[in-house]
Design a protein around this ligand. Structure first.
Ligand code: FES
Length: 129
């Protein structure tokens, strides 16, 4: 059974291969729905697209084990690359193109480590370059 480690929450859970990352996180009591650098996380817990890949609030960084998840599909790529109607997921994606995923569209096939609520770094050294 694959192990999913939530880095910020310091929680490890065993999940069946093929599990949906958002589902296993919510079942473990972990809120993957974040706002802007933590602001709005409590509201987004309830106001989200429920796994349709449209809101982008369930974005996470796969900090280890990216090879153990499925490849992003068209819906997920569109959500990260299209800044309308909500630009925050597209802005958050900048600089995290290789690690950021929508947890609702991520299938766990092996051990991974996950960072929920990755921070948006508007003033990071690479953001405007
Ligand atoms: S729950 Fe809305 S994009 Fe994942």
């Amino acid at each position: 059974m694959p192990v999913v480690k939530f880095v910020k929450e310091q929680k490890e859970i065993n999940v069946p291969a093929g599990s949906n990352l958002r589902t296993v996180a919510l079942n473990a009591g972990i809120n993957v729905h974040q706002g802007l650098n933590g602001i709005g996380a409590s509201a987004n817990r309830y106001f989200n697209c429920k796994g349709l890949g449209q809101c982008g609030t369930c974005r996470v960084n796969i900090v280890k084990g990216m090879e153990n998840v499925n490849s992003p599909g068209m819906v997920e790529k569109f959500r990260f690359k299209c800044p309308v109607p909500d630009p925050i997921p597209a802005l958050a994606y900048i600089g995290h193109e290789d690690t950021m995923r929508l947890s609702c569209k991520t299938v766990v096939n092996g051990d991974i480590e996950v960072e929920t609520g990755p921070e948006l770094d508007l003033f990071g050294e690479n953001f405007f370059s």
